[in-house]
Design a protein around this ligand. Structure first.
Ligand SMILES: Cc1ncc(COP(=O)(O)O)c(C=O)c1O
Length: 396
């Protein structure tokens, strides 16, 4: 559904121009909110013709979307070199679930990185298990040795790079190359980097998944997921999403597209502020490891340097010599950092995280209690002052 006549441009330009076809925008800048269930045909012949040309981008029925959703999907496709299309879902978890469902059958086995987002694990351990699919976990830093994990039953592998609590950067090209040789489909949760900092398909991934709730929307007011894939998987991904009735509201698509237009400047600021704060934390006596992919403490840092063109605003750090209570005292003392799930919005967040509770293939043995920070768009000096105040309450 991408307009192949469009020249390729810088990602910043692509984010601004993507999906804004004249037939969808008419005389205005943003494709308007088209609220519709029924799409009306001129006559019965047109109705029947609609069945023959039922591509996204043509009016058909509300569950297939309208120009508001098509435009956003097309913009996301254009931002991922090599992509054939993007499907939208009502949450990031729905995108992960539907993408896995599209490529797995009863009797299959799926491998998941041990650093996977916890709801991805729950989905695999409960829902996929009920479907007769076995889930097995692997060390996120396994690299090319993943080939030793493949059995005749292995049909898909889920990567998440970096892990969204512990930030191990995976050797995506090595894993994808081994998977390709073994005929295993690769799916990557690319929410942290987005296609802006890591064009997943270019690095060998088959199916790139983004929780658009985070950086695409960027304003903490919409839930959405997106799956972008190349030609080989596009029909499967699209059909499965449609069979499962996946649709996002035009209002949400409008807001997500609005977020997308400023992705470049937001990501750059998230990146600069997060790096400043991560370096400041590194020098604090209360802090052990700083798990930020752009810092050497982070497992997989060398891979990040090799493959990623930037870093976003989410990272973790370890508090030394304290316990769960003193970590809570530190977080509770923060004023600019809210306490809550999610990330990628304009507001900063702090979260206590305990990776040891989720691991099965590897043991989490890093010293200290982890705090995950979402660095928002407040001035980094104010955020640093807030964190300094938090440390005044740590172990007191
Ligand atoms: C890495 C990662 N993937 C997927 C999701 C799921 O996205 P959503 O909250 O939109 O379901 C999240 C949410 O926090 C996440 O952190």
């Amino acid at each position: 559904m991408v307009d192949s006549k469009r020249p390729s441009k810088h990602p910043a330009t692509q984010a601004v121009t993507g999906g804004r076809r004249k037939i969808w925008t008419k005389a205005v800048v943003n494709p308007p909110v088209w609220r519709a269930s029924t799409h009306l045909y001129n006559n019965v012949a047109d109705l029947r013709e609609g069945l023959n040309s039922n591509e996204d981008g043509n009016f058909f029925y509300g569950r297939r979307g309208s120009p508001t959703q098509w435009s956003l999907a097309e913009a996301l496709t254009e931002m991922e070199p090599g992509a054939a299309g993007t499907m939208l879902y009502p949450s990031g978890v729905a995108a992960i679930a539907c993408a896995m469902l599209a490529v797995l059958n009863p009797g299959d086995e799926v491998l998941l990185t041990d650093s996977s987002y916890d709801p991805s694990r729950s989905y695999a351990d409960a829902f996929l298990k009920r479907m007769g699919v076995t889930a097995r976990y692997y060390d996120p830093l396994i690299g090319a040795d993943i080939s030793n994990q493949f059995t005749d039953k292995t049909k898909a592998i889920l990567l998440e790079s970096p892990g969204s609590l512990t930030f191990e950067v995976q050797d995506v090209p090595a894993i994808c190359s081994a998977a390709k040789t073994a005929g295993v489909t690769t799916l990557l949760d690319n929410t942290w980097a987005t296609s802006r900092f890591f064009p997943a398909l270019h690095y060998g991934v088959d199916i790139s998944i983004i929780a658009a709730t985070k950086y695409i929307v960027g304003h903490s007011d919409v839930m959405m997921g997106a799956v972008t894939t190349h030609k080989k998987y596009w029909t499967k991904i699209r059909r499965t999403a449609q069979q499962l009735g996946q649709i996002v509201s035009p209002d949400d698509a409008y807001l997500a597209a609005r977020g997308l237009r400023t992705l470049e400047v937001r990501l750059k600021q998230h990146e600069a502020s997060a790096l400043q704060i991560a370096h400041w934390l590194k020098d604090r006596p209360e802090v052990g490891a700083v798990l930020h992919p752009a810092l050497p403490d982070c497992p997989g840092h060398e891979i990040w340097k090799r493959d990623y063109s930037g870093s976003s605003g989410l990272f973790s750090f370890a508090l030394k010599d304290g316990d769960d209570r003193s970590r809570a005292d530190f977080i509770d003392a923060l004023e600019l950092f809210g306490i809550g799930y999610s990330w990628g919005g304009f507001e900063s967040l702090a979260l206590p995280v305990d990776p040891e509770k989720h691991r099965t293939a590897t043991k989490w043995s890093m010293d200290g209690n982890l705090v995950r920070l979402n660095i928002g768009l407040e001035h980094p000096d104010d955020l640093i002052a807030d964190l300094a105040k938090g440390f005044e309450h740590y172990n007191k």
